[in-house]
Design a binder for this molecule. Structure first.
Ligand SMILES: [Zn+2]
Length: 302
């Protein structure tokens, strides 16, 4: 456990952000320029996606585990929402334990391809339950954030890529497959990977922000801690590990993100819709959006 350093709220950072966004030249297409402040979502913009994942589990034997129809339908659901919004999506198959798994990768057109800001969550559940908090909650928070990018017509300086991983519950298989297939050059293009595993836990008192021991306090960690501090929401540092950011960490890619903590129903049949607090889910989504907006507009440091 590392100690949390409080971050001075910098007016210059805000000014820098708005200047940056104003400086983006008017595009040839009809999209309006991005607003200087990040949007927020309503519970109604997030919870329907979680209800959809619950229905998918209900129709497919009660789970969305690797190699099942429940997982395949979860991937199709998320992919169609992204396709409709204008993302470039692809399914990347891998084989594990005798079954085909899929990672879903979605790129938002534009931004510097040499500086990728990657945001992800595992979409699979365990066989024992529908996995609505672990990790439907992280998956739909990332989805809702991506849809905000599209709705706002965000023109990021960095390239934005989103990912939903398969077979995390079998040992981070999907994310390890993705990272393992990257060339050294492509690996270096990822400025930071942001991971969200359990974003809607009930009785959340504090958000557990990922601190990357290898890379020190990343700009992403600072941005998350600043976002929560501005709203008087307590945070606590946790190390890289236990979810897909570990695959990135193993490859030397900086990471951050957060979790709202492990629920009593983790990996059980009771990890259903009732195991998610809609207010926490909304706050998590807003935090992702806020930090994406900040990092998307920030000039890369290297
Ligand atoms: Zn998980």
């Amino acid at each position: 456990m590392t100690s949390r350093r409080s971050l001075p709220r910098s007016a210059a950072a805000v000014l820098g952000l708005s200047l940056t966004l104003t400086a983006v030249p008017a595009a040839a297409d009809a999209r309006p320029p991005a607003a200087p402040t990040a949007p927020t979502v309503s519970e109604q913009q997030v919870m329907p996606h979680l209800r959809a994942l619950q229905r998918i589990a209900d129709r497919n034997g009660g789970n969305r585990a690797h190699g099942t129809k429940g997982y395949a339908h979860s991937v199709s659901y998320v992919r169609s929402a992204l396709d409709r919004a204008g993302f470039r999506t692809k399914l990347v198959p891998f084989t594990h334990d005798g079954a085909t798994g899929y990672n879903l990768i979605a790129d938002w057109p534009g931004g510097d391809p040499d500086h990728v800001l990657m945001t992800g969550a595992h979409l699979d559940s365990v066989k024992e339950g529908p996995g609505i908090n672990d990790n439907g909650s992280g998956s739909v928070a990332v989805l809702a954030a991506a849809l905000q990018v599209a709705e706002s017509g965000l023109k990021p300086r960095r390239h934005l890529r989103f990912a939903w991983w398969g077979a995390e519950e079998q040992g981070l298989i999907g994310s390890a497959d993705y990272v393992g297939k990257l060339s050294e050059a492509d690996r270096r293009k990822i400025d930071v990977y942001l991971n969200f595993d359990q974003a809607g836990s009930k009785n959340t008192q504090q958000w557990f922000v990922v601190h990357d021991d290898e890379h020190g306090e990343t700009e992403a960690q600072q941005a998350f801690e600043a976002w929560f501090a501005e709203r008087d929401i307590p945070t606590f540092d946790i190390g890289v590990g236990g979810s897909d950011h570990e695959s990135f960490g193993n490859a030397g890619i900086p990471s951050s993100g957060f979790s709202t903590g492990i629920s009593d129903c983790i990996h059980e049949a009771c990890d259903n819709l009732a195991n998610v607090d809609p207010k926490t889910e909304k706050t998590s989504t807003d935090a992702i959006v806020g930090v994406l907006w900040k990092l998307a507009a920030t000039a890369p440091r290297h």
